[in-house]
Write a protein that binds this ligand. Structure first.
Ligand code: UTP
Length: 294
């Protein structure tokens, strides 16, 4: 079965990025010249998405505006003959993809945000992308890889990567039924932000999921967990007790843009890959590596 619906939760407060995120949604921060949310929509479209479900907050209007038609801007670009820019603006929403908005009025946690999309998702399996995590893979996007694994297994698939031991307390950490070398392995559990001594592995959940609709029912009875939030991780742990769930060690480089260093690193590395400014940025970095500043 093809995964057609992708939930993008964007209703959080983005407190780690204040003051930037006071009036601008974190998911609208650009990496080079494109906002994070647009990378997420493009990744979903590449995986075959037909409907994007933005779980947002009424105060974060810029996110909805980004995907709405701006006739005044388009007319101005037409008048000035700026065809290339016009094309850029018109292709923000990939062809064949629609955006539906649903509000999470209070940021009660990621699990609660996903639950807000229950009615729209219905009884189909669906994807979830956290837009503040970028995954770079120009050959095959992370979500496409997960969608392929779903085709293979017909079960929930969680994107994972290995993190250093001293960082396990920051992420959802999975345990596997058997320790093996395969990229796709059955999970036996998942725990949110465990202390290092309790971490079952170094495999962390990165913000890419394909989930069966059963998780929505489980979320309805999920109580507040780590950080006082309704955690998606806890509902996935409950799902594992009922049906097979797989971890997929995707190919690609992830960037956690939810905090300063991850965001700056993404900007530097995406800028280095950029056809227009890549060389210049490379020279700048070399200059600084040589100890010259200014
Ligand atoms: P984060 O925990 O990274 O985002 O959630 P945050 O809560 O906005 O950031 P900090 O911790 O305060 O700095 C990952 C994604 O889930 C969304 C966020 O908007 C982000 O895209 N989210 C989080 C919600 O939609 N609702 C929530 O209640 C929590």
């Amino acid at each position: 079965m093809k995964i057609k619906k992708y939930v993008l939760p964007v209703a959080g407060l983005g407190t780690r990025f204040l003051p930037a995120t006071k009036a601008i949604p974190k998911e609208m921060l650009p990496v080079v010249d494109k906002p994070l949310i647009q990378y997420a929509v493009e990744e979903a479209a590449e995986a075959g998405a037909e409907q994007i479900i933005l779980v947002t907050h009424p105060s974060k209007l810029a996110l909805e505006d980004h995907f709405a038609v701006n006739s005044e801007l388009e007319s101005a670009l037409i008048e000035k003959g700026k065809d290339e820019l016009l094309q850029k603006v018109r292709s923000i929403l990939p062809e064949g993809v629609t955006v539906t908005t649903v509000y999470q009025y209070e940021p009660l946690g990621l699990g609660h945000a996903v639950l807000c999309a229950k009615e729209i998702v219905g009884d189909e399996p669906f994807g979830v992308i956290l837009p503040d995590v970028l995954v770079y893979n120009p050959e095959k996007g992370c979500m496409r890889q997960l969608a392929d694994s779903y085709e293979q297994k017909g079960a929930s698939i969680i994107g994972v990567e290995t993190v250093p031991l001293d960082e396990v307390h920051k992420y959802g950490i999975v345990s596997l039924t058997e320790r093996g070398e395969e990229k796709l392995q059955r999970m036996s559990g998942v725990v949110e932000k465990p202390p290092v001594e309790d971490a079952p592995s170094q495999l962390s959940v990165v913000g890419r999921y394909i989930l069966t609709a059963r998780v929505m029912e489980l979320l309805e009875s999920t109580e507040r967990g780590a950080g006082g939030e309704i955690q998606l991780t806890d509902a996935i742990a409950a799902l594992i007790a009922e049906e097979p769930v797989f971890a997929y060690a995707f190919d690609g480089t992830s960037y956690d843009c939810g905090y300063k260093y991850g965001y700056v690193r993404a900007n530097i590395e995406y800028a280095l890959r950029d056809g227009e400014i890549g060389d210049e940025v490379g020279q700048l970095i070399q200059k600084h590596a040589g100890g010259q500043h200014g």
